[in-house]
Design a binder for this molecule. Structure first.
Ligand code: FPP
Length: 249
């Protein structure tokens, strides 16, 4: 089979399977601008954003990336117009309900990270159901950051560690990176190797502050709903050209 007829499902021939990021994280930005540029309501951008996310998840699975984490809703996003927040909450719930069987069939393990306790009760129920049902799945690890804030996550970890010290269960000198990590929402999830941000903004926006310490950053002008396999291919090519030194020479 020639390179030209290589099915989309296969890793593009110019990418090195041995040097793929294990874990990709995505700040899915630009849904509103995508919709506005087409004269559509912002919510249509979010709707199309879900399709882009589903396609990226499938692409990661097809190409051998083991984990994908997506920033769906930040602790700051509550400041958006009420109708948009309501739409997003309903969208998350509907997508979860509709996609669960497919995720089971594709062996996806889904997790949610963030302050989940303040989300609408019906969404929490759907989140719990999806996490429980997929807990034993051994395929791609898909994490959705919802009502997530990196600073809040670090503060919660500090509070939990401080409580253990106060109760005499832990000594201050026991606190190291490995222990700290166990108190984060992402305790059981590896750190991202590659962080993609769409729509050209050069910011981390309170996303995985601790975890992205050594992630490679890739920013594209492309708006999230247009982020497709070709775009992901470009991001992976850029990643494979990087020299990851982790502070060493
Ligand atoms: C940022 O674009 C996007 C969001 C705040 C929402 C992202 C959510 C999804 C794509 C849905 C994911 C669904 C599930 C079930 C995980 P923006 O609105 O800030 O765009 P703008 O900067 O152009 O206004």
């Amino acid at each position: 089979m020639t390179a030209k007829t290589t099915p989309l499902r296969e890793l593009p021939a110019d990418l090195d399977r041995e040097r793929l990021p294990r874990h990709v994280a995505a700040i899915m930005d630009g849904n509103g601008r995508w919709a506005k540029s087409r004269g559509l309501p912002r919510i249509m951008g979010h709707q199309r954003g879900v399709d882009a996310l589903k396609n990226l998840l499938r692409c990661c699975d097809d190409w051998g990336v083991k984990a994908l984490t997506a920033y769906a809703f930040s602790t700051e996003n509550w400041g958006r117009p009420l109708e948009e927040v309501d739409f997003l909450m309903t969208l998350f719930e509907r997508v979860l309900r509709q996609q669960l069987q497919e995720m089971m069939a594709e062996n996806v393990r889904i997790r949610f990270v963030g302050n989940l306790k303040t989300l609408p009760a019906s969404l929490q129920a759907e989140i719990d159901r999806s996490m429980e049902m997929t807990a034993e799945n051994s395929g791609i690890e898909f994490t959705v950051a919802t009502n997530y804030g990196g600073r809040q996550e670090i503060l919660e970890a500090c509070r939990s560690i401080a409580t253990q010290v106060r109760d005499g269960k832990l000594q201050p000198e026991d606190i190291d990176e490995a222990l700290f990590k166990r108190h984060l929402y992402t305790a059981n999830i590896g750190d991202p190797d590659l962080l993609i941000r769409t729509s050209g903004e050069m910011r981390i926006s309170n996303f995985l502050l601790w975890q992205v310490a050594y992630a490679e950053l890739y920013v594209t002008e492309t708006l999230w709903p247009d982020f497709d396999r070709a775009e992901f291919h470009r991001a992976l090519s850029a990643y494979q050209k990087r020299d990851r030194r982790f502070g060493k020479v």
